[in-house]
Each structure stands twice: as C-alpha cells, then as structure tokens.
Write a protein that binds this ligand. Structure first.
Ligand code: GLP
Length: 258
C-alpha cells in the first residue's frame, strides 16, 4: 500500500529519474540567481544515489552561459547532511572529498559555499552545534535532497530516532558500516564509527524535500516505508510523513516490492 503524504514520482529507469530531478534542481538554481543571498541554501546529500544526479546537474549547467555560471558561483550556498568523524583532511573517502569531486571542482565552487560538517574538528559536538546554528542563521534549508539508507536512515540519523534532534554526533550502526564498506576496501570495521549529521528537525524544517531511492537493494526498506501510516522511530525516513512537501523519486527497481 502506498501512503498518501509522500508525492510519488515513479520512473521506469534511474536515468529518466535523474533527468527530471536535474530539471527541478536547475529551476531551483535559476531561482537562486534571481533572489541571490536572500534564498535559503540547498541541502545536499552524498552516496551512490547522488552520483548520477550530480553528474547530470554538472552537464546541464555546462549548457548555461559563462556569465550565468559565474553568477551562480557567487550565490551558491549549500549545506551537506553529514560527514564521517576522524578521517584525514582530503581523505578521498570523506564526504567533503565526494562533494569536491562531484560538484566543487566541476563547478568551481568554493568550500565556503559548498559546506560539509567538520569531521576533523577537535570537538565534534561543538562543530555540530555550530553547523546547526549556521543553517538556522540562513533561515533553514530550502530544497533538501535526501538518499535513503538500507536501514531507513536519512543523513546519518540512525534508527531509533525522534523528530526533535538537531545536528549532532552519531554512532553509526553496524548495518550502515556494512552499507558503506565498499568505499573502505569492503571492510565494515574500517568505516568510521562516528559521524556528524543534520538532525531530523533540520530536515523537517526544509521548504521542500526530495527523497531519492533507486535500485533493487532499496526495495525492502522502501516497501516498508510506503506501508507506514505514521512515523516510527525505528524508521527515521518515516518522519518525512509529517512534512507537507515531500516528493519521493523512485525507480521501478526500488519500487519492485511496494
Ligand atoms: C549514506 C549517507 C546518506 C546517503 C545514504 C544512501 O550512509 N549517510 O547521506 O544518502 O546513506 O547512500 P547510497 O546512496 O550510497 O545508497
């Protein structure tokens, strides 16, 4: 059964999903050009789901005029959801490196406009608090992109979790370290045990949320989410049912058990 508060956008293939999502992102960025620093920042996600989205976005932005691209660089403002704690500066497995590779370098964005939580801070709790304050000072997130963890996490909000928590330090679950082990030589034990993540509270404060779910590996958790009538701490993404403007972008493989 499909619950009603998530607006489902179903695609046969992930390629057509990405194309349509890039349309939405392009529109948001055009809006950013007109409203400039008054606009709320973008909320960005990492992970395999986002790779073709960002590749498509970069390709699309290459069709913009040089002057529009230059203006975009000046007004760009985004906050990523999460970062591992304890990786070295410029570790290629960090989410900072991911963002630099997929968006920062191709679009020539400065690290001050493409923000990621500080996973190298000497005091990660303070870093999380400061990050939360910075997001709040910008009026909260405008458009929030989200992937879905195989255990139902959004950002790194691991189950069980409530809706009130703001940006915080989290201990990653065994399931998440397994899910993300491929970047760490296939060894879950090598995945950092802690991370900083925006909380569900900041996610729910976003103006618009786009949850992107692709591939067969996400089919079980997506089926569980879609069968839910109300949020439950055991499935962090289910808090999205409390938001009025959530679009769920899913391909046929991810929906194959729904
Ligand atoms: C990861 C990240 C999330 C990401 C999600 C899905 O652990 N913390 O930000 O959206 O899990 O990842 P993937 O797209 O690689 O399946």
């Amino acid at each position: 059964m499909i619950c009603s508060s998530l607006q489902l956008r179903r695609f046969d293939a992930s390629t057509s999903l990405c194309e349509s999502l890039v349309d939405v992102l392009e529109q948001e960025l055009r809006q950013l050009l007109t409203s400039g620093s008054m606009a709320r920042p973008l909320g960005l996600a990492t992970g395999r789901t986002m790779e073709p989205v960002y590749a498509g976005l970069v390709k699309r932005l290459q069709t913009w005029s040089g002057s529009d691209r230059q203006r975009l660089r000046k007004v760009w403002s985004s906050f990523n959801l999460d970062e591992y704690i304890g990786l070295e500066v410029r570790d290629p497995r960090s989410y900072q490196a991911f963002m630099d590779a997929w968006l920062g370098e191709p679009l020539q964005l400065s690290s001050s406009s493409l923000r990621v939580p500080d996973g190298q801070a000497t005091d990660p709790d303070v870093a999380a608090l400061n990050y939360s304050r910075e997001v709040a000072a910008r009026g909260g997130i405008g458009l929030q992109l989200l992937g879905l963890g195989a255990n139902g996490h959004v950002g790194f909000n691991e189950p069980p979790c409530g809706p009130e928590q703001r940006c915080h330090v989290v201990t990653l679950s065994e399931a998440t370290r397994h899910q993300n082990a491929s970047m760490f030589g296939g060894n879950p034990a090598a995945v950092p045990h802690q991370a900083i993540t925006l909380g569900v509270a900041e996610i729910l404060a976003a103006r618009d949320i786009h949850l992107v779910v692709t591939g067969r590996s996400k089919a079980p958790i997506l089926a569980r989410l879609l069968a839910m009538q109300r949020p439950e701490p055991s499935l962090p993404a289910s808090w999205l049912l409390e938001h009025e403007r959530v679009q769920l972008w899913a391909d046929a493989e991810a929906l194959s058990l729904a």
